[in-house]
Design a protein around this ligand. Structure first.
Ligand code: NAD
Length: 423
């Protein structure tokens, strides 16, 4: 890859991020001369991961860790195990972490990692060997004060436990603060696994009140029924909303009078997918975005809301549970149609916020109750969404651009104050 080739790939996640950044430039005034620093990752590592499979053969997997910005603190961001992971996607995800941590005002930069693999095709032992070798390969650039990985699509608390153990074996002592999203008895935080979905609900609730949308009886469609989508669906259902459509990789489930979320969660835990839960209510996947509903929650992968979908979707509120679900051109159409969109960098920041709590607890070796964690999370999320809402009103711009203005101002002021090394 030549030095700049990644900057110009059309339709790529990275290109989408660059377009979002371009939209902030006119609002940054004299900080604009610092904006270039956010247009390239600080550090990107590509690693080869040889893994001995259970049948004795060796397979090679490609892995990545990208640190987009370390200006405001150590890198923070998940690790994705997915067959489509590539450098471009990981760069974009790392950049969104930079913006997200700054928009929420956490003392972190942005990072992300990934391995191109379908984890469902590996045995548990193969997955462990892959995770440990990946961790060993990126060992030198991660650490509690350098870069702190966490779970993302295709990874979970068990994967984090293996990463923590591998890093600790190399360090010669137990270093719990090297990753977040760990099991609770290994230094994980109470409330972490539900935090992202909870954040989606908190921000949704806050914004719904501002646009006079009643959550009770509101119809909601959720794409993705994993860590984020399932918890968000559960909390909206608890608040009286009707979850009428849920889509995952296996099926699209539609039920006019509302899906029983707890029963579906139970089915999903046993079967690993929603397909088969209620075959009579399964519809074509292409129907998902055509269903009229007050709220849509994309909570699967990026680049799913195209300009065509933005033009036809019948909704009032879109809550970006996933990272980068909306193409920049679709953003403009949604704004013109007065459809409110709460951007990923605020909406799904509950996870990284409780990851921050986990890191703080690990460093202090002093742990908080779940109530304390949820209260702090609610306070931070509400404060962030209100700051962004006020900025959007003040600048007459979308919530995404407002979140980028808030975040970029914080990062670029810090960048300016730090200066350029060597001076
Ligand atoms: P997950 O692996 O737990 O769940 C992903 C869900 O998406 C699954 O239900 C899967 O079936 C579904 N899915 C995959 N491909 C699909 C497709 N083509 N069509 C429809 N559904 C599909 O992942 P997660 O942790 O819930 O993460 C979901 C999104 O939220 C990702 O974009 C991730 O980066 C983002 N996110 C996650 C967290 C977190 O704490 N887990 C935090 C912030 C952002």
């Amino acid at each position: 890859m030549n030095q700049l080739s990644y900057v110009h790939q059309d339709q790529s996640a990275w290109n989408n991020y660059l377009t979002q950044l371009d939209r902030v430039a006119p609002y940054l005034e004299d900080l604009n001369d610092q904006l270039d620093t956010l247009k390239r990752p600080k550090r990107a590592m590509i690693v080869n991961i040889p893994v001995e499979m259970d049948d004795g053969t060796i397979r090679h997997f490609e892995g990545f860790r990208v640190q987009h910005s370390l200006t405001r603190g150590p890198g923070k961001g998940g690790v994705r195990f997915h067959p489509c992971v590539d450098l471009n996607e990981v760069m974009a995800l790392s950049a969104w972490m930079t913006i997200k941590c700054a928009a929420i005002d956490l003392p972190f930069g942005g990072a992300k990692g990934g391995v191109r693999v379908d984890p469902s095709l590996l045995s548990k032992r193969e997955l462990e060997r892959l995770t440990r070798r990946y961790t060993a390969e990126i060992n030198n650039i991660i650490g509690p004060q350098k870069d702190i990985p966490a779970p993302d699509v295709g990874t979970n608390a068990q994967v984090m436990a293996w990463m923590m153990d591998t890093y600790s074996m190399n360090a010669g002592s137990t270093v719990t603060g090297v990753v977040t999203g760990k099991p609770v008895h290994l230094g994980g935080s109470l409330g972490r696994s539900k935090a992202t979905g909870r954040g989606v609900f908190i921000t949704g609730n806050e914004i719904a009140a501002k646009i006079q949308l009643k959550i009770q009886q509101a119809k909601v469609c959720v794409q993705g029924f994993g860590n984020v989508g399932a918890e968000a669906a559960y909390l909206f259902a608890q608040a009286g909303a009707k979850i009428i459509c849920i889509q995952d990789h296996s099926a699209t489930l539609y039920q006019e009078d509302g899906i029983d979320i707890e029963a579906l969660q139970h089915y999903q835990h046993t079967h690993g997918k929603i397909q088969g839960y209620c075959p009579n209510n399964e519809i074509e996947s292409t129907q998902f975005w055509k269903i009229p509903a007050e709220i849509f929650i994309p909570a699967a992968l990026e680049n799913v809301i195209s300009p065509e979908i933005a033009q036809s979707i019948q909704t009032r509120l879109i809550l970006e549970g996933s990272n980068g679900p909306t193409l920049a051109a679709a953003d403009d159409i949604l704004a013109k149609r007065h459809i409110t969109l709460v951007p990923d960098v605020i909406c799904n920041a509950g996870g990284v916020t409780v990851s921050y709590f986990e890191w703080v607890q690990d460093l202090a070796s002093f742990f908080w109750s779940e109530d304390e964690i949820n209260q702090r999370l609610d306070r931070i999320m509400c404060h962030a969404i209100n700051t962004v809402w006020d900025k959007a009103l003040d600048k007459n711009c979308s919530l995404r651009t407002a979140a980028y203005i808030v975040a970029c101002e914080r990062i670029l002021i810090a960048r300016k104050e730090r200066g350029t090394y060597p001076g």
